[in-house]
Design a binder for this molecule. Structure first.
Ligand SMILES: C[S@@+](CC[C@H](N)C(=O)[O-])C[C@H]1O[C@@H](n2cnc3c(N)ncnc32)[C@H](O)[C@@H]1O
Length: 277
């Protein structure tokens, strides 16, 4: 039977830049112990059951599967979220959308709509920060929405509702929101970066029309669902900012601003609706 020490020395993940850390995280997960256990008890011998589980976990990672899917969890905005093959793994840069929203709106009663919630990351971060906001989160896929609902229940957040909807299709036109937020699919179908994203749902990543189709639909339709002076905040690709700003202009948004992420890339554009235009 293998010991912890043998596994840490003998098993190799040649295609991972974080190979040593990956092994530690995955082995600790397999044994249901903290990582510190691995160094305190290097001569611990795995049981047959643990060894079988380890072989499966190791094979998945060696095949390129992201650690977050193997562990079925990802941290976002200090919250631990369940993720699986039906949800995108929330990215650190998306926290910028949360940060900006918290700056834009006062901490009073506000009504927010998130389109394409995935694991619920953005909505649940906002809900945890602002219990007096009411947030409606949508997704097009039942299995995706189920994960978001599970995450909301685990976090005991009451100020969130979920709805299955193809963008705005099932949202009542009588509803008006102070802010609409979305990180929609925006990668072009022939983008080479997709090669590194084969484990994530392609329906969460790819948009027609050079990646702009969903962004365009949301920008065009959002004004009907925004309250006066309401905001639209969108994440987009680093090379799409100018096109997105132009779309905001075409649809009569004002105060259009693009925000850079920590790497200096233009990743978020926002605008405000004005009925006086
Ligand atoms: C890039 S992911 C973002 C997920 C999550 N909001 C996040 O930031 O991690 C895009 C999400 O939009 C959803 N989606 C794709 N097409 C949609 C549509 N037509 N209507 C509603 N949601 C859609 C996908 O299922 C996916 O969950």
């Amino acid at each position: 039977m293998l010991t912890v020490q043998q596994i840490l020395y003998d098993f190799k993940l040649p295609n991972s830049a974080t190979a040593k850390l990956d092994l530690e995280i995955l082995l600790a997960h397999t044994l249901q112990k903290p990582r510190s256990f691995l160094y305190a008890f290097g001569d611990y011998q795995l049981s047959k059951e643990e060894q079988d589980k380890w072989q499966q976990v190791f094979k998945r990672r060696k095949g390129g599967e992201p650690i977050s899917y193997i562990l079925e969890t990802q941290d976002f905005w200090g919250i631990s979220l369940k993720v699986n093959q039906h949800t995108l793994i929330p990215r650190p840069e998306t926290e910028l959308l949360v940060e900006k929203t918290l700056q834009l709106l006062a901490n009073t009663t506000n009504s927010i709509l998130e389109l394409g919630t995935g694991s619920g990351a953005i909505t649940l971060a906002l809900a945890s920060e602002r219990p007096n906001w009411s947030i409606l989160a949508t997704d097009k896929f039942t299995q995706t929405l189920q994960i978001a609902k599970q995450n909301a229940a685990n976090l005991k957040l009451q100020n969130v509702q979920f709805m299955l909807s193809d963008w705005f299709s099932d949202i009542s036109i009588t509803k008006k929101f102070n802010l609409i937020i979305s990180n929609p699919p925006y990668i072009a179908v022939d983008d080479i970066h997709l090669e590194q994203l084969t484990f994530e749902p392609q329906t969460a990543l790819i948009a027609a029309d050079n990646g702009l189709a969903d962004l365009r639909h949301i920008i065009r339709t959002a004004p009907d669902f925004l309250a006066d002076e309401g905001y639209l905040l969108l994440e987009h690709g680093f090379n799409q900012a100018e096109s997105v700003r132009n779309l905001f202009k075409q649809h009569k948004f004002i105060n259009i601003t693009t925000i850079e992420d920590l790497a200096g890339l233009e990743r978020i554009t926002l605008g405000q609706i004005s009925r006086n235009n």
